[in-house]
Write a protein that binds this ligand. Structure first.
Ligand code: NAD
Length: 277
C-alpha cells in the first residue's frame, strides 16, 4: 500500500498530502467510490455540505472498519450559512450527516464578498469557536484571495491552516501562493487536473511518455513537489489507483518549471472576487 506523506499544518496537526475529492459524485455512487478509494490506500476525503454526499462519506468510513483517527476528513460551510447562528447549525448538521463528533478540517467554502455585507470575518470567528471547542481539529478557508486572507489575518485570532484554491498547470496562482508561504498557510489545490483539461497538453504528454507515467500522474506529482495538498476525483477504479500511485518517481527541476510555464491564469471554476454562491 502506498505511503502518503503528511504535511504539518501551522497548528501542529498533520494532513495527508494526497486525498480523494468527492465533488460531483452523486450520493448513490459516493459510498462505493470512497470504499474503492480506501481499498486503494487513500485516507483523506474532501467533501462539503454543498456536495450533498457527507452522509455517504460517513457511511463508507463506518463500513470500512477504519478507526476515526485513521481517516482525515474535510468538510465545508455552505454558502447560505455564513451568519454565525446559521454557521453553528450548519456545522452541527455536517457532523450529524458524517456521523462524527469532530471533523479534521472545516473550511469556509467561498468568501462571497458581495453577500453578507462583505463580512466573512464574523463567519471566520464562528469557525474559531469550533476549533476552540475541539469539534474542528483545524480550520481554514477556500477560494480566498490575498486581500481576503489579509482581513482574516488582521481581524481574526487564528491563522487559517489552509487555503483551498483552484490550481493546475494552466492556473498556477503565484500571488496567493506567495501570501500563503509568507503566512504559513498550506495550499490545497482543488481540481488539480483542471477537471481533465490539462491532461492532453503536449508538454505534460512529453514528460509522461519520457517517464513512462500517465499524464494525470505527472500533473499530480508536480503539485506534490510544489508542496501542495491534492485530492483528485474519479469514480473509475483504474484512475482511483493511478492517481494515488505517484510516490515512486520524481520530476526534475526543469520538468517542474516547464509545467509551471504553462500558466495562462485560466480558471475552470468561478472567480472568487465575483462569485455570489
Ligand atoms: P479534478 O481536477 O480532480 O478532475 C476530475 C476529473 O478528471 C474526473 O472527473 C475525470 O474526468 C478526470 N480524471 C480523474 N483522474 C483521471 C485520470 N487518472 N486520467 C484521466 N482523467 C482523469 O477535478 P474536481 O473533481 O473538480 O476536483 C477535485 C476535488 O477538488 C473535488 O472533488 C473537491 O473535493 C475539490 N474541489 C473544491 C472546490 C472548492 O471550491 N473548494 C471546487 C472544486 C473542487
Amino acid at each position: 500500500m502506498t505511503d502518503i506523506p503528511d504535511i504539518m499544518l501551522n497548528n501542529g496537526q498533520r494532513i495527508p498530502q494526497l486525498g480523494f475529492g468527492v465533488f460531483l459524485i452523486p450520493p448513490p455512487q459516493t459510498e462505493a467510490a470512497v470504499t474503492r478509494a480506501f481499498q486503494a490506500g487513500y485516507r483523506h476525503i474532501d467533501t462539503a455540505e454543498m456536495y450533498g454526499n457527507e452522509a455517504e462519506v460517513g457511511q463508507a468510513i463506518s463500513k470500512a472498519g477504519l478507526s476515526r483517527s485513521e481517516v482525515f476528513v474535510t468538510t465545508k460551510l455552505g454558502n447560505d450559512a455564513h451568519r454565525p447562528d446559521d454557521a453553528r447549525r450548519a456545522f452541527e448538521g455536517s457532523l450529524k450527516a458524517l456521523g462524527f463528533d469532530y471533523v479534521d478540517m472545516f473550511l469556509i467554502h467561498w468568501p462571497l464578498p458581495s453577500r453578507y455585507d462583505g463580512d466573512f470575518v464574523s463567519t471566520w470567528r464562528t469557525l474559531e469557536e469550533f476549533y476552540r471547542d475541539g469539534r474542528a481539529r483545524s480550520i481554514g478557508v477556500s477560494n480566498f484571495q490575498p486581500h481576503h486572507l489579509r482581513r482574516i489575518h488582521t481581524e481574526g485570532e487564528i491563522t487559517p491552516a489552509v487555503d483551498q484554491i483552484e490550481v493546475n498547470p494552466y492556473l498556477t496562482q503565484d500571488e496567493v501562493r506567495r501570501f500563503c508561504a509568507d503566512h504559513d498557510i498550506v495550499i490545497e489545490a482543488w481540481s488539480p487536473l483542471g477537471r481533465g483539461t490539462v491532461l492532453a497538453d503536449p508538454t505534460v504528454d512529453d514528460i509522461a511518455r519520457r517517464l513512462g507515467k500517465a499524464p494525470a500522474q505527472v500533473v499530480l506529482r508536480w503539485h506534490i513537489e510544489r508542496g501542495d495538498v491534492v485530492f483528485p476525483k474519479s469514480v473509475t477504479p483504474a484512475r482511483i489507483k493511478e492517481n494515488i500511485d505517484v510516490f515512486d518517481f520524481e520530476l526534475s527541476g526543469e520538468d517542474i518549471e516547464a509545467i509551471a510555464a504553462l500558466n495562462r491564469d485560466q480558471r475552470t471554476g468561478p472567480d472568487p472576487d465575483k462569485f455570489a454562491g
